[in-house]
Design a protein around this ligand. Structure first.
Ligand code: VG1
Ligand code: CO
Length: 693
């Protein structure tokens, strides 16, 4: 029997006292601007060898002397990867198929530029993210990475296939689109679909990959990370399912980055790039390569029309007294929101805040949490403003924030409530015979949805962090809804998280609630109704941003060799009967029986559909009260330092006062105890998190 660590007053009891004044559902400690170390002023390096359009310039290098992709003497792109990556292939290798040939006219335009591998081109939780300066200062950075992508796919996949590309519009987007087009042609892709202006939100990209039967998609985005020359840049690779590339592929890509010897790109002639400013089709080399520029929003909105009842939503939002404010955060969703809310649903244009995509997102941090949407929060709080729903989405449009006046919905509650309402409020689900097959949440996401799923008698899958882990469950039809605590939710209409889908889903819930009540029903009232039926789940995330990587690793290692080892081989005790009082329970700082650790383990996962597995996906600490703490290190941080994440949750059955307890009161003590057990202050020098989300 492991000895529970000695009881101690929590080090961070201060958090229990602090709160963001407007949020009832998620009252939290004050949030400092997150960010961590940033690069200093960017030196605009000259970029020899890069044409104004961004594609590698017509070079002093050799032309491809062989018109076929088949490598000379067994060398060349695909074979180089296989031989130079000395590691065993991650998946069982199938016998090599003969490499298809590039059309001769395209092959003649291919320029081959020798290169050397760049270390550290790893893909994190969702693609590679780096400071923009890393790419701008090294003209080989993006071409090397894209060549690795091409090599990992192999000519069997790329030649004659189609591809989709688009980004969130951040700095370097336009340059990167040209690089992708030049390299896609050289890889033998026959057709590339591009969002006009080089723009595509991540869910729109995912939908377009499926709609065009593409072999993949390239998303030029660092998602919720800040943009601009001093911000971050990133790239997401989508699989033919539209979803994030699974680890089997990203492992191959990373291996290929270490073996890349040359970059292949076409020269479109005269140093020009391809004009992607307006929709239309452009044909090159007699039709051997076609660039199809599409309206970024049109197909996306049509897809949502299949999911929701737009007529009903149009009628609902026309109800006197209804008002919406959607904050596009000067990132990619502005044009989508206009097409959806203004053009399709008939809402006034002022419903959209920060609707024009800017290269630097207006200097803001496009992370849709209350801390980063102050104007939206303020607009909702204006007395008599008549606003019903406030919402926001992140840089690439896959996350969502749902607000009512003075109230924020936690992502865990949002998933639970959408699951509860899906079959009655959203036609995509209600017309499905047999109802919802199941739901999923990432492991650190508080288990509010588990209670709804139990009531519906459907399974809940608990997956590692990152949308890629939902992919096989969605494809196999095991789940129809899924979500993460990082403000991501979606259904199975697309294999990605989808910010505007979530807003439409909430509009549908509100419309259904209004129908039942015969009057407008607010966001807070819907959430309180859910709490009354299922009890209230409290959740928060404490981020320690910009911690030295070694310190973050020391925290995780210390937990593994400490509490996790101490409980190794033991069963987790059944959860205790939940407290029924509303006094905040786990605050610990003012209670003698503060949080007591009863179990600890490290989450590992085996995919029930395809058998893929992942170890070390977060350390879990279980407390006697039923509260839980989870620790893991971010896989999307673009800086050299690390972000340590501490996730906290607790549960109270519905009862007197439970709806009015501050989250900070419930979770402050648990968080303090988690920080103490993990020795965060000692190992990182941080007494407090950088941000509470
Ligand atoms: C974070 C979130 C995770 C999300 C990922 C991508 O990852 O925690 O839930 O899937 O970002 O989100 P990490 O490893 O930093 O915790 V985004 O909007 O890129 O697409
Ligand atoms: Co995102």
């Amino acid at each position: 029997m492991a000895t529970p660590p000695a009881l101690q007053r929590p080090a961070a009891a201060a958090f229990a006292a602090a709160s963001a004044p407007f949020v009832v559902g998620t009252r939290l400690a004050p949030v400092q601007a997150s960010g961590g170390p940033r690069l200093g002023a960017l030196r605009r390096a000259s970029r020899p060898g890069v044409a104004p359009g961004g594609a590698p310039a017509a070079p002093p290098q050799r032309r491809a002397s062989h018109p076929s992709w088949v490598p000379r003497g067994g060398g060349g792109a695909g074979a180089t990867v296989a031989s130079a990556s000395a590691q065993p292939p991650p998946a069982a290798a199938s016998p090599p198929a003969p490499s298809p040939s590039l059309p001769a006219a395209v092959a003649a335009a291919v320029v081959v530029t020798p290169t050397t591998p760049i270390a550290g081109q790893t893909t994190g939780t969702s693609g590679l993210r780096r400071p923009a300066a890393t790419l701008v200062n090294n003209a080989s950075y993006l071409p090397n990475l894209l060549q690795a992508y091409v090599n990992a796919l192999t000519p069997a996949v790329t030649v004659g296939a189609s591809l989709v590309v688009g980004g969130d519009g951040r700095y370097y987007n336009a340059t990167a689109v040209q690089t992708v087009l030049a390299m896609a042609a050289a890889a033998g892709f026959a057709r590339v679909t591009v969002g006009a202006g080089g723009l595509l939100s991540t869910p729109a990209l995912a939908g377009m990959v499926v709609a065009t039967g593409a072999a993949g998609g390239v998303g030029l985005t660092a998602s919720h990370n800040a943009a601009g020359p001093d911000g971050d840049w990133g790239i997401k690779f989508q699989a033919p399912s539209g979803g994030p590339a699974p680890e089997a592929l990203t492992d191959r890509i990373v291996a290929a980055t270490l073996a890349v010897t040359e970059v292949r790109a076409v020269d479109f002639g005269g140093g020009r790039g391809v004009d992607v400013s307006t929709p239309g089709e452009q044909s090159f080399w007699g039709g051997a390569f076609v660039v199809h520029v599409v309206d970024p929003a049109a197909a996306y909105v049509e897809r949502l029309r299949e999911v929701f009842d737009f007529d009903a939503l149009r009628a609902y939002v026309a109800t006197p007294g209804f008002g919406l404010r959607f904050d596009a955060m000067a990132a990619v969703t502005g044009p989508y929101a206009r097409a959806l809310f203004v053009d399709a649903l008939g809402l006034p244009a002022e419903s959209i805040l920060r609707g024009t995509p800017l290269e630097d997102f207006g200097g803001g941090h496009p992370d849709p949490s209350p801390a980063h949407t102050p104007d939206l929060v303020a607009a909702l709080a204006v007395p008599g403003a008549g606003l019903t729903l406030g919402a926001a989405s992140d840089g690439d449009g896959d996350r969502n924030l749902i607000l009512g006046p003075g109230f924020a919905v936690t992502p865990a509650d949002s998933l639970a409530i959408l699951t509860e309402f899906a079959a009655t409020a959203i036609p995509w689900f209600s017309r499905r015979p047999g109802g919802l097959p199941g739901v999923a949440r990432s492991m650190p996401t508080a288990p509010a949805v588990d209670r709804v799923a139990a009531a519906l008698r459907i399974p809940v899958y608990e997956t590692p962090t990152g949308w890629k882990w939902f992919g096989s469950l969605l494809a196999a039809g095991r789940i129809a809804l899924c979500g993460e605590e990082s403000y991501g939710t979606s259904g199975d209409h697309v294999a990605e998280k989808d910010g505007l889908w979530a807003v439409c889903a909430w509009l549908s819930v509100l419309a259904t609630a209004a129908d039942a009540a015969g009057r407008l029903v607010g966001v807070e009232e819907v959430v309180r109704g859910h709490w009354a039926r299922h009890g209230r789940t409290f959740s928060a995330r404490w981020d320690y941003i910009g911690v030295p990587g070694v310190s973050a690793a020391a925290v995780m290692d210390g937990l593994r060799s400490g509490v996790v080892a101490a409980f190794a081989g033991e069963e987790r005790p059944p959860p205790p009967p939940p407290r029924t009082d509303g006094d905040g329970g786990d605050s610990g700082g003012d209670r003698l029986d503060g949080p007591t650790l009863i179990h600890a383990d490290e989450f590992s996962y085996t995919d029930p559909v395809d058998g893929s597995s992942a170890a070390a996906q977060g350390v879990r600490l279980y407390f006697a009260s039923g509260a839980r703490g989870v620790l893991r290190v971010s896989g999307t941080d673009a800086t050299a330092a690390a972000t340590l994440r501490v996730y906290l949750d607790a549960y109270r059955p519905w009862g007197e006062g439970v709806g009015d307890v501050d989250t900070a009161d419930v979770l402050g003590g648990v968080g303090g105890e988690v920080a103490r057990l993990a020795r965060i202050a000692e190992l990182t020098g941080r007494d407090a998190p950088t941000a509470v989300v």
